[in-house]
Design a protein around this ligand. Structure first.
Ligand code: ADP
Ligand code: MG
Length: 677
């Protein structure tokens, strides 16, 4: 008995219409989703010429009986939904019944399939939408579809395809991310004779990240997981002011109350603050196994990182959200890359809070080597004056400027010329949605070795695994140091009156005194601002500030907030203001500089200013200007005080601009450098 049926016209009309065949990666996405929907545990893909010449996908799913093999190419023929209600709780990746006919109409397609329950299989060949051949044949169970010469009959669209390498990078990124979402399945991607990805099943997402990207990437990520009970499943969430007790009672009566509740779950990886990307291309979100682009989730993530990384950069995120099917409407976009949440606010806050909690809990300490390579790829506009390692820095001057730190044992602190850690992340690209994918295919191959343990453990007979000779050993037991230990640090002294050297049982630490104090003050100003008590001081002489027209406009907009942050000023003539009171700790000489800098920053801002952003910027600026400077000798008790205060902050690991505050040379690093281990 076949599974596929043609949907009634009414249901078909309710499906988000549109073209799904855009480029090779979008074709492959549909086929990949079909294989997953068919319960496949092994998926092998091979492509030629970036998929333009050939894309072949072979799976071990449940296959199709002969009738289905033909029906599958009818418009709106699907085995996944039947009626309009089913559309409200789609549990499969596909449901539109349109992909195969669309693909077959613009390529030369060959389907080979055998349902497990049948003894022989079926071959179907379709050229540009016309059936050329249907035959019975002895075939292995499962399905194999080869799509050749995409757009051969639509030259106008063929012309718009990008270079082979661009199309291939989209494909690599797509397959990689589906492999990440399904660690229990076997994925392979070959391009011509090149094995780009061979990922046998592993025990979980962590192992998969390791398998695909290697240890270095894994080390830069913080694993996270959270769950939350969700009530009123399948119903839109009434806004809080409309929610009455009756709603709650109704829920109870209709059996939808707590008894009908489900949960939302989230798990995945978020990057440490030192990883900063210039765009959102490294944020990957799966909702119920479906790779999506969603503004709401992106916003929640940005909120979670607020004040941890600068507002102009983005983290690396791999997030898997799971919700009851009735909670997500997947029928909003033809290529199914967008969804609508029925309870958007609950969803948004859940993601924001759980990611934030993970970041706070991890409080990871950057390590020397990592840190040196992890210099932000983000905007430097926010950090114009303190870049200790840059040759232009006022800290180190003269010809010996930048790469001057070196030590024995191959452990070098020089400003490395290697690509930064950020650049090493290979999440870039992003399925067919992004136009600028840039995954060099070779990278994936190089990192695709399995975990050493797993290789030994589960037998995967017949699998060809790439040479794992250079795979780094996964150091599972190395405890991640946290900054809670900062409280136990004993300061030893300063390097060049700028960096505090301290020790504890975890190793040797270097603390950038300026950014450490900046972090302390930043959090303090925000707290004081929240209760309207920012400390201020009267200047001996009012400070006259001449403002450009752009600065005047910004000043008018933020003057109220400036006042609440300890400034007092009044207009002085047409183009000037007189500042009489300034926040405590900011010297008179600094006030002018600080205000000009702030006003300029805001006037360059392209997006609308929101209050929270304004507050954070002002607090960051006060903190920066009031903080202890570099090149300043500190007494021991002052250093002790600073370390203790830093330990109390919520995010001691990075300054408000996202730069690291501390570096740690772990005992292990030390032992390694001395060749004791
Ligand atoms: P949809 O996935 O939306 O149902 P498609 O056009 O992608 O529509 O596929 C049509 C039908 O063909 C599917 O519903 C499924 O029953 C069948 N099918 C497609 N690919 C496979 C596969 N790899 N294995 C088994 N069945 C498949
Ligand atoms: Mg499909």
């Amino acid at each position: 008995m076949g599974r596929i049926h043609v949907l009634s016209e009414t249901v078909a009309n309710q499906i988000a219409a549109g073209e799904v065949v855009e480029r090779p990666a979008s074709v492959l996405k549909e086929m990949l989703e079909n294989s997953l929907d068919a319960g496949a545990t092994r998926i092998r893909i091979s492509v030629e010429a970036g998929g333009k010449k050939l894309m072949q996908i072979t799976d071990n799913g449940w296959g199709m009986v002969r009738d289905d093999a033909l029906l599958a190419f009818e418009r709106h023929a699907t085995s996944k939904i039947r009626n309009a209600e089913d559309l409200l709780r789609v549990a499969t990746l596909g449901f539109r019944g349109e992909a195969l006919p669309s693909i077959a109409s613009v390529s030369r397609l060959r389907l080979e399939t055998r349902a497990k329950e049948e003894s022989s299989g079926t071959i179907v060949e379709i050229n540009g939408g016309k059936i050329a051949r249907v035959d019975e044949a002895g075939l292995p169970a499962g399905t194999s579809i080869a799509v050749r010469d995409l757009f051969f009959n639509v030259p106008a669209r063929k012309k718009f395809l990008k270079s082979e390498s661009t199309e291939l990078s989209h494909i690599a990124s797509l397959v990689t991310h589906y492999a990440l979402a399904h660690p229990d399945k076997h994925f392979e991607l070959h391009s011509a004779a090149n094995a780009m990805l061979v990922a046998p099943p592993v025990g979980g997402h962590r192992e998969r990240v390791y398998q695909v990207f290697g240890k270095q990437t894994l080390d830069q990520l913080i694993p996270m997981a959270a769950r939350q009970v969700l009530e009123r499943i399948g119903l839109p969430q009434p806004p809080p002011w409309r929610r009455t007790e009756k709603d709650d009672d109704d829920d109870q009566e209709s059996g939808r109350g707590p008894s009908a509740s489900g949960e939302m779950r989230v798990h995945g990886f978020v990057s440490k603050p030192e990883i900063q990307k210039l765009n959102r291309n490294s944020i990957f979100v799966f909702v119920n196994g479906r790779l999506i682009r969603d503004r709401l989730v992106q916003h929640a993530l940005i909120e979670a990182y607020r004040n941890i990384i600068p507002p102009t950069v983005y983290p690396v995120v791999l997030l898997f959200l799971e919700l009851p099917a009735a909670e997500v409407d997947v029928n909003v976009h033809p290529s199914k890359t967008e969804v609508r949440f029925r309870q958007p606010t609950a969803m948004h806050d859940f993601v924001r809070d759980s990611v934030r909690a993970a970041l706070i809990e991890a409080r990871p300490v950057p390590r020397f080597v990592t840190e040196m390579r992890a210099r932000a790829t983000g905007s430097r506009a926010l950090t114009p004056r303190a870049e200790p390692w840059a040759p232009s820095s006022r800290l180190v001057s003269g010809p010996e400027a930048a790469p001057q730190f070196e030590s024995a044992g191959g452990f070098s602190l020089e400003a490395t010329l290697e690509p930064t850690v950020a650049e090493r992340f290979q999440f870039e690209g992003g399925i067919a949605l992004e136009a600028d994918a840039a995954v060099p295919p070779a990278r994936v191959v190089e990192k695709s070795s399995p975990l050493p343990e797993l290789e030994r453990g589960e037998g995967n007979p017949g699998l060809r695994v790439p040479d794992s000779g250079c795979a780094p050993a996964l150091e599972v037991n190395e405890p991640e140091p946290t900054l809670s230990a900062l409280g136990t640090l004993r300061p030893l002294g300063q390097i060049r009156n700028s960096f505090i050297l301290a020790v504890n049982e975890d190793g040797l630490w270097i603390i950038d005194q300026h950014v450490a104090h900046e972090r302390v003050l930043f959090e303090r100003v925000l707290q004081q601002r929240a209760v309207e008590r920012v400390e201020s001081q009267r200047l001996l002489m009012p400070l006259l500030l001449e403002l450009s027209p752009a600065q005047q406009a910004v000043f008018a907009e933020i003057s109220d907030e400036l006042e609440r942050n300890g400034f007092e000023s009044e207009p002085f003539g047409a183009r000037s203001v007189a500042v009489k009171v300034a926040p405590a700790g900011v010297g008179a000489a600094e006030v002018e500089h600080m205000l000009h800098e702030l006003l300029d920053q805001f006037s360059r801002e392209e997006q609308a200013l929101n209050l929270e952003k304004i507050r954070a910027r002002i607090a960051a600026s006060i903190a920066c200007h009031a903080a202890i400077k570099v090149n300043m000798p500190l007494e021991r008790n002052k250093m002790e005080w600073l370390l203790a205060e830093l330990a109390k902050t919520e995010h001691p690991m990075s300054c408000p601009h996202g730069r690291p505050v501390v570096l740690r040379y772990s005992v292990k690093d030390i032992q390694k450098a001395f060749k004791r281990i």
